[in-house]
Structure formats: structure tokens, C-alpha cells
Design a protein around this ligand. Structure first.
Ligand code: GDL
Length: 450
């Protein structure tokens, strides 16, 4: 069975219980089969991995186990002992077993061991006990797996390696002794996560999966950060899964999306990941189907009607994928880039004027969308997009005002904004100041002094 579904595996505020139950429904509706509980926000997942859950936390987890079981879903729980574990210390293994035992008693029999985002170094006792880092991790994982399998023969385990993408293996997967050691030492029944060429992979090819599969001696389970947004406060991804096609399905043991922090922004991510898993993936068609299914969540408090599909499409196209906006927005950006290619463009040109009208139109649509979303009955859905939409509205308004100014045919020496149009609401702060120090060119390379 191909594992498919969602991991709550990002940095930042964890989802609520009610949201998790909604997520279980979305996963089922998308035809997928798995939810992984692994918020980095749960301090007992990572920082205090040795501590068992208290009665209240355990009861919450048991409820989720039950909700997943009612829906026929696999429910996995993550433990990340990676920050400070001493792999060779028997007491540490005992602590891990206590955690696993508690979870087994709560009805969990599928586990994820996370070793992501840590330095690849061993403590002095571990250096004496193991030939290398991977051997130490494999030892702990195998012992944990043997423990749960002895108690529950159907138990599953997925292991997230420290080199979980090609970039972390120096883009030389066959040459990684870390991955090779894992492949040789890790119990063959333990599954292994892989995020693709990068942490957030624009594309994941069949060839790259075959390659890592050979080194790991098993098909990887894709941990897909395509829709994640914990690494960039200015982006949220409500577009379809892209850059992955049907041809990867025979080469993987699963695909699990680690999506946006904003729970409500993830509907299209889940729906389209399900479409990929079902086969015959067509990105544009999957996007349309997801929007149609998502629309019911967009009920307005006043009229109780849902927002029109075109408006919803605009919302998703503005907040699309990590590497591009939606098709109509990209087309308009391209057109505007051309309109701004010269310092003082020919604003009498019909093409230029049509482009100007298109930008105005977009500004008006964005304004309408912005106001409409403030009236959403589902407040979480409103919060999921409000700050991003606010920024979109500001920027498209600035762009439009600039084009209006160019259309007035200013003199060559005139500057925008003039004294009367200085805006005080541009973003400020340390990060903006650093971005200003180090201007980036179109290829993302830094420049200064110009
Ligand atoms: C990561 C983290 C993940 C985070 C993601 C995107 C993995 C295996 N781990 O490095 O928790 O959400 O990047 O920032 O991806």
C-alpha cells in the first residue's frame, strides 16, 4: 500500500484538535490513507522527547486515534530524539521505549522517528561506540522498531534521515556514505523519508527517486514540502501540487504532504496530492476540481452564499505554488514586465494601454476579494489569507498607481513617488533592511554597491 496523506510537521503554531479532525476528513475525501502527528510545536515530539504525555495530552491523542480509526486511516505519531540523544546509552533507548509503549497503549501502532534538522555529529561516547552517525541512528531505530514489532506485529515505522534531500548529500546521492550506511543497516521494513533534490523541491523526477531508492535499498516515502510555508512569512500556497507526475508512483512507497502552517490554506494541497496518487494527474484539471470542492467553505456571514468560483480561483492563483503564481497572474506579470522594460514607455501604444487596463482590473478584483474575505463566516479561513492578501492589495495598488503616473507622460527627470505621493506603509524592519543591503538579481545572486 502506498502511504499517502499529510504530516503536521512544520515549525510554528500547531493545528487545533478540530482542525486535525477536519484534516482527517480532507484526507479521506482526497482518497488518501494517512495522517502523521508530528508538530515541531509539540515539545514532547522533539525537545522533551523522553517525557511521556500527561493525562490530558494522552486523552487528546487517543481521541485523534479514534477519529482516524473511524475513518479507516493510518495514524502515525512522530518522535524526534535527534537533538540530544546519546545513541549508545541504554537508558536513552529505555526512554524511547517508554514513549513508544505509551503510544501503543493509546492505540498508536505506526511511528515516525525524526532525525531532521540537526548537525551530523556524534557525542564522544557515541564516537567510541559506532563507526559513524548513520550507524548510530540505524542502531536506535532498529532497536525501537524491534520493540514495537514485538508488541504489535503490524507496527509500521518511517525514519526521517538527517540527509533527507539530495542537497544535504552534497547533490551526490550515490556518493553519500551516510545514505549508503542507512540503506545497509536500517531494518528493511523501516520506511525512509525523502524530500527530493532540495528541502522544497520544485520538481522530483523518477530518475532521482530510482537513484535514492538504490542507495537506501528501498523505495523512499516522499515527505513533500511543496506546500510548506514555515520558511517564508510572505508566502502561502493554495495552488495545486506541481513538478511531480504519475511516473514517480512506481518508485515510491508513499507521498506525504507537509503543508502550510495555516490549516485552512491546505485544502487544494491535500485535494491535488490525492489526485496525483490516484493516477492520471493533470495539474490544471486537479486544480479546478479542488477549487470546486473547496468553495463550500467560503460562505459569507451576511448572505450565506459562497464567494464566486472566479474569486476563489483568483485567491488561489495569487497564493499558488512555491516557484510560481497561477497561470493568469504569471501572464499578467510577464506582460507588466514588458510594459516596464523601458524607462519611459510609449504609453500611446495600444498594447501598453491594454496592459494598463488589465492591471487596473486586477487591482479592482483584489480589492473586492479582500473585502469579501473579511466577511467569511469561517474566521480561520479569513485569518489564513488576510495578511497575505493585505500585502497583495498594497502591492498591486502601488503598481497600478505607478502605471497611472507613467500614463500621464512624466518628464524624463520626474520621479515616482513625488512629494505628494510618498507612501509611509512600505514594509520595514531588519529583514527588509538586509534585503536592501544585498540586492538580488533575477538569478538570485547577491549584489551590493550599485
Ligand atoms: C524542514 C523540516 C520541516 C519544515 C520544512 C520546511 C523536513 C524533513 N524537515 O527542513 O519540519 O517544515 O523543512 O521548512 O522537511
Amino acid at each position: 500500500m502506498l502511504l499517502s496523506g499529510v504530516i503536521e510537521g512544520f515549525y510554528g503554531r500547531a493545528w487545533s484538535r478540530a482542525q486535525r479532525v477536519d484534516m482527517l476528513d480532507w484526507i479521506v475525501a482526497a482518497g488518501m490513507n494517512c495522517f502523521i502527528y508530528g508538530p515541531k510545536d509539540d515539545i514532547k515530539v522533539r525537545a522533551r522527547w523522553r517525557e511521556t504525555y500527561d493525562a490530558e495530552e494522552a486523552a487528546d491523542l487517543a481521541d485523534l486515534v479514534e477519529a482516524a480509526a473511524q475513518r479507516g486511516l493510518n495514524f502515525m505519531v512522530a518522535i524526534a530524539p535527534c537533538l540530544d540523544v546519546t545513541y549508545s546509552d541504554a537508558a536513552e533507548l529505555q526512554a524511547l521505549k517508554r514513549r513508544l509503549d505509551q503510544l501503543l497503549e493509546l492505540g498508536v501502532n505506526q511511528f515516525v522517528l525524526l532525525f531532521d534538522d540537526i548537525p551530523a555529529t556524534l557525542s564522544a561516547p557515541d564516537q567510541a561506540a559506532f563507526p559513524n552517525f548513520a550507524a548510530a541512528q540505524a542502531h536506535l531505530a532498529n532497536a525501537a522498531f524491534a520493540h514495537v514489532r514485538a508488541r504489535e506485529p503490524r507496527a509500521l515505522m518511517v525514519f526521517c534521515p538527517t540527509e533527507y534531500c539530495a542537497a544535504f548529500a552534497g547533490h551526490d546521492v550515490p556518493g553519500s556514505s551516510y545514505l549508503d550506511t542507512l540503506g545497509r543497516r536500517l531494518d528493511p521494513a523501516i520506511k525512509v523519508f525523502w524530500t527530493g533534490p532540495d528541502i522544497v523541491s520544485e520538481t522530483i523526477s523518477a530518475a532521482s527517486l530510482a537513484e535514492v531508492g538504490r542507495v537506501l535499498r528501498r523505495k523512499p516515502v516522499i515527505w513533500d514540502n511543496f506546500h510548506a510555508n514555515d520558511y517564508d512569512i510572505r508566502r502561502v500556497h493554495a495552488g495545486p501540487l506541481g513538478g511531480r507526475g504519475d511516473e514517480i508512483l512506481p518508485l515510491i512507497d508513499g507521498i506525504i504532504s507537509n503543508p502550510n502552517n495555516e490549516f485552512e490554506a491546505n485544502f487544494v494541497a491535500v485535494h491535488t496530492t490525492g489526485a496525483l496518487v490516484r493516477g492520471g494527474y493533470d495539474e490544471a484539471a486537479a486544480f479546478e476540481a479542488a477549487l470546486a470542492a473547496w468553495q463550500t467553505r467560503f460562505r459569507l456571514a451576511s448572505s450565506r452564499e459562497t464567494i464566486p468560483l472566479a474569486e476563489l480561483r483568483l485567491l488561489a492563483e495569487l497564493h499558488y505554488q512555491p516557484f510560481r503564481c497561477g497561470p493568469t497572474i504569471e501572464a499578467l506579470l510577464g506582460r507588466t514586465r514588458q510594459m516596464l522594460a523601458s524607462h519611459r514607455p510609449d504609453v500611446d501604444d495600444a498594447e501598453w494601454q491594454a496592459g494598463h487596463r488589465a492591471v487596473r482590473e486586477l487591482r479592482n478584483q483584489v480589492r473586492d476579494l479582500f473585502h469579501r474575505t473579511t466577511e467569511l463566516e469561517n474566521r480561520d479561513l479569513f485569518y489564513a489569507f488576510n495578511q497575505y492578501l493585505w500585502e497583495v492589495r498594497e502591492e498591486v495598488t502601488h503598481l497600478c498607481t505607478y502605471l497611472d503616473w507613467l500614463a500621464e507622460k512624466p518628464a524624463t527627470e520626474d520621479e515616482f513617488p513625488g512629494r505628494e505621493r510618498i507612501y509611509n506603509f512600505y514594509r520595514q524592519g531588519f529583514s527588509v533592511a538586509v534585503q536592501d543591503l544585498l540586492r538580488r538579481d533575477a538569478g538570485g545572486r547577491y549584489h551590493h554597491g550599485a
